[in-house]
Ligand binder design. Structure first.
Ligand SMILES: CC(C)(COP(=O)(O)OP(=O)(O)OC[C@H]1O[C@@H](n2cnc3c(N)ncnc32)[C@H](O)[C@@H]1OP(=O)(O)O)[C@@H](O)C(=O)NCCC(=O)NCCS
Length: 193
């Protein structure tokens, strides 16, 4: 995969861009909020030093092309609203996994829908992916709705797949194919009339 450290994606109200060192306080604010981390596969960030470490790791992985992780910045005021990523990139099978997180205050406004439309378009059109998959906690209804709104289909349910901070949870597996993305058109709209 190519390096992603210079990649930016623009939408109507958002700029998706690589994370940088100065994002640490905002990132810590988002990932230390238990409302946000409730169903994530990693526990809440315990301190800002871990946010700095995560950003350093992301910067290195982005320049090596190992995964694509973008901060979601609101264009109007430069505020960091969250992040989204394509990871577990499999070149031979042209597939990747999608991840996404939004600050609690930004939920319910369609920002993630806007960001993931751009990320998926990038994944399918620029990276040539054939399939994008998601692994979510089935209790995370907001996440399931976001995926379904984008055209993902639920493909499976794996029992007791995760143990996070001692809590055991299942996996809901979702998939979206390039052929489905093209036939639906962007924003989940059907291109058929
Ligand atoms: C999962 C998560 C990103 C969903 O956030 P969200 O704001 O519901 O996501 P969307 O962008 O899809 O927004 C859809 C909501 O915005 C509303 N909305 C407003 N304007 C909209 C627009 N122009 N377009 C689409 N939706 C719009 C929709 O009605 C919907 O609200 P509703 O579900 O209350 O009806 C968020 O809950 C989150 O970050 N959770 C914590 C982290 C997490 O669990 N991540 C997933 C791990 S697998």
């Amino acid at each position: 995969m190519p390096a992603f450290d210079q990649t930016t994606l623009r939408t109507e109200s958002l700029l998706l861009r690589p994370l940088r060192e100065s994002d640490a306080p905002a990132l810590f604010g988002i990932f230390s909020d238990p409302r946000v981390t409730r169903y994530l596969s990693r526990p809440s960030l315990p301190n800002i030093a871990i946010a700095h470490e995560r950003i350093a790791r992301d910067v290195e992985a982005m320049s090596a092309g190992r995964y694509a992780c973008f901060g979601i910045e609101q264009t109007v005021d430069g505020r960091l609203l969250g992040e989204c990523s394509l990871f577990n990139l499999q070149e031979q099978c042209r597939r990747a996994e999608i991840g996404y997180t939004l600050a609690f205050e930004a939920w319910g406004k369609g920002y993630m829908n806007e960001a993931l439309n751009a990320l998926l378009e990038f994944g399918f059109s620029e990276l040539g992916l054939n399939r994008v998959e998601a692994d979510i906690d089935p209790r995370n209804l907001r996440s399931a709705k976001s995926l379904e709104r984008l055209g993902f289909k639920k493909e499976g349910h794996l029992r007791e797949r995760w143990i996070v901070a001692g809590e055991v949870s299942d996996s809901g597996l979702y998939g979206l194919l390039a052929s489905e993305w093209i036939s639906r058109g962007r924003n989940g709209q059907s291109s058929e009339t």
